[in-house]
Design a protein around this ligand. Structure first.
Ligand SMILES: [Zn+2]
Length: 468
C-alpha cells in the first residue's frame, strides 16, 4: 500500500515496524461541545483506512484520544458553574453517539489526557534532564525548541522563519528564553483543575498529551500518526520535538493529514454562521449520508460541504442500498439453489470491481475511486440479476457488494426495517423504566430516539411515535 507521507511529501510504500501489524495514532477532539463536521472528517476517513488495513489482514492497534483538559473546557465549565470533568464527560458521551451514527468504530483505546498525567510529568522530567526543557519562576515548563535541530521537518518550515514568525507575538513579561519555545506544563490558575508536579500544581500543555498517550499505548516509535492538516503546525511538529528529544528515536514513520472542510466554499466559522455540528446534520440526514459524502472525496483534497452535495451523496447511497435490497428480494423468491455455469461466469465478472476497489485503496486510501468502483459494481448488478437466477448466485453478488461497502464502513442494510423494531423495543423499555420510577432512563430513551428523528407522543391510549 502507498501512503502520502507529509514528512517526505511523497507517496511511499507502507512497511510496518512489525509484520502484519499497524500502530496508529489519530489526534482526537477537545471535548467542550458537540463535535462539528470538521471533527467528523478525520474520524471517518481514518476509520475507513483502518477498516481497509484490517480487510488486508493487518492487526491494527488504533489509538485516538480525547483532550479532556483545556482552556475551552474550563471556560464552558465556568459558564455553567460545573466542574470541568462534567463538561468533558458529557461531550465524550455525545461524541461517542455521533461516532456510532457515522459508523466510526471505537478505537482500540480511547485514552483521556487527565488519566495520563503521571506519564506527562515523567516525559517532561526527562526533557528537563536532557536539557530540552526548562521550568521558569512562575511554574511554567517550556520546551527549548532551538535545541531540537530537526524542528520544522514535518511542516517544512526552517527555524529562522519560525523564529521570525514568533517574534511579533512575544508577550512582554514572559519568562521564556525564546519566542518559539512552547509550553509543556502550565501553572494553576484559581478555579482551574490542577495536578501536583515537581514544578508546582498545574496542568499539561496540549502537545505533550499526545506524545505521552501515543508512547504509552503504541510504543516510542509508531507506524502512522494522523490528523487534520491544521494540526501539522504547531501540534504535530511539537509532538515530534517532544517525543524524539525524549526517546532519541523516530516518533512516527508516516504522517497522514486530511484536507480542510469548507462550507459553501468558505471556511467554516461560528461568526460567519456556517458552522454545523454532526448533531445538526443528523436532524436532516441519516449520518450514513454524511459518511458517504466524506468518503466520496479523496481525504487529502479540500472538501466542500453544501446542501446540493449532501443531496447528491444521499441519492448515491440510495442507489447502492436499492441494488442491495433488490438482490435480497429476488433471493427470497428464487426457487433454485445451485449456480449455473453461466452464473459462475457472471459472478467472475465482478472480480474486476473488487480489483479496482483495492487498487484505489492501495493508492493512498483513495476512497473516491473506491466509491466509483462500488458504483460500477452496482450498475453490473442491476443489469445482471433477475428472479430466474439461483439463490447462491444472488447471495454471492450481495456478499461482494456488502464486503466492499463494509470496508468503507457504509451500511447497506435496510434501515427502516431495523429501525422500526428497535423503536418498538425502546418504547417498551421506556414504559418499563417509568413503571419502575427510573425516570432518568425513561428520559434518556426519549432523548436518544429524538436524536434519531423519532418523536414520541404519550396519549391516553398509549405511546405513539412518528418520524420527524
Ligand atoms: Zn494530538
Amino acid at each position: 500500500m502507498k501512503i502520502y507521507n507529509t514528512l517526505t511529501r511523497q507517496k511511499e510504500t507502507f512497511t510496518p515496524i512489525e509484520e502484519g501489524k499497524v500502530r496508529m495514532y489519530v489526534c482526537g477532539p477537545t471535548v467542550y461541545n458537540l463535535i462539528h463536521i470538521g471533527n467528523a472528517r478525520p474520524m471517518i476517513v481514518f476509520d475507513a483506512f483502518r477498516r481497509y488495513m484490517e480487510y488486508k489482514g493487518y492487526e491494527v492497534n488504533y489509538v485516538t484520544n480525547f483532550t479532556d483538559v483545556d482552556d475551552k473546557i474550563i471556560k464552558k465549565a465556568q459558564e455553567e458553574g460545573v466542574e470541568a470533568s462534567e463538561i468533558s464527560s458529557r461531550y465524550i458521551a455525545e461524541c461517542k453517539k455521533d461516532m456510532e451514527g457515522m459508523n466510526v468504530r471505537p478505537a482500540t483505546v480511547h485514552p483521556l489526557a487527565t488519566e495520563e498525567i503521571d506519564g506527562m510529568i515523567e516525559m517532561i522530567s526527562v526533557l528537563i534532564e536532557k536539557g530540552y526543557a526548562y521550568a521558569v519562576a512562575d511554574g511554567t515548563v517550556y520546551f527549548r525548541t532551538g535545541k531540537f535541530a530537526p524542528y520544522g521537518k514535518l511542516s517544512h518550515k526552517n527555524p529562522e522563519d519560525l523564529q521570525a514568525g514568533h517574534r511579533d507575538i512575544k508577550v512582554t513579561g514572559e519568562l521564556k528564553e525564546e519566542p518559539f519555545d512552547f509550553v509543556l506544563w502550565k501553572p494553576k490558575k484559581e478555579g482551574e483543575p490542577a495536578w501536583k508536579s515537581p514544578w508546582g500544581e498545574g496542568r499539561p500543555g496540549w502537545h505533550i498529551e499526545c506524545s505521552v498517550m501515543s508512547k504509552k499505548y503504541l510504543g516510542e516509535t509508531i507506524d502512522i500518526h494522523a490528523g487534520g492538516e491544521d494540526l501539522i503546525f504547531p501540534h504535530h511538529e511539537n509532538e515530534i520535538a517532544q517525543s524524539e528529544a525524549a526517546s532519541g528515536k523516530e516518533f512516527a514513520h508516516y504522517w497522514m493529514h486530511n484536507g480542510f472542510l469548507n462550507i459553501d466554499n468558505r471556511k467554516m466559522s461560528k461568526s460567519v454562521g456556517n458552522f454545523f455540528t454532526v448533531r445538526e446534520i443528523a436532524q436532516k440526514y441519516d449520518l450514513q449520508v454524511l459518511r458517504f459524502f466524506m468518503l466520496s472525496a479523496h481525504y487529502r483534497s479540500p472538501l466542500n460541504f453544501s446542501a446540493e452535495l449532501m443531496e447528491a451523496a444521499k441519492s448515491g447511497l440510495e442507489r447502492i442500498c436499492t441494488a442491495a435490497e433488490q438482490i435480497e428480494r429476488l433471493q427470497k423468491v428464487s426457487d433454485r439453489k445451485e449456480m449455473t455455469a453461466e452464473e459462475e461466469e457472471l459472478y467472475a465478472g465482478t472480480e474486476q470491481f473488487r480489483e479496482k476497489f483495492e487498487a484505489a485503496m492501495e493508492d493512498d486510501c483513495n476512497t473516491a475511486d473506491a466509491v466509483s468502483a462500488i458504483f460500477e459494481l452496482v450498475k453490473y448488478i442491476n443489469t445482471n440479476v433477475s428472479a430466474e437466477q439461483s439463490g447462491s448466485y444472488l447471495r454471492k453478488l450481495y456478499d461482494r457488494l456488502k464486503t466492499l461497502c463494509d470496508v468503507l464502513g457504509i451500511r447497506i442494510e435496510l434501515k427502516e426495517e431495523v429501525l422500526d423494531g428497535e423503536i418498538e423495543k425502546l418504547i417498551q423499555e421506556r414504559q418499563d423504566a417509568r413503571k419502575n420510577k427510573d425516570f432518568a432512563r425513561a428520559d434518556q430513551i426519549r432523548d436518544d430516539l429524538a436524536q434519531k428523528g423519532i418523536i414520541l407522543k404519550d396519549t391516553r391510549e398509549g405511546v405513539t411515535w412518528k418520524r420527524a
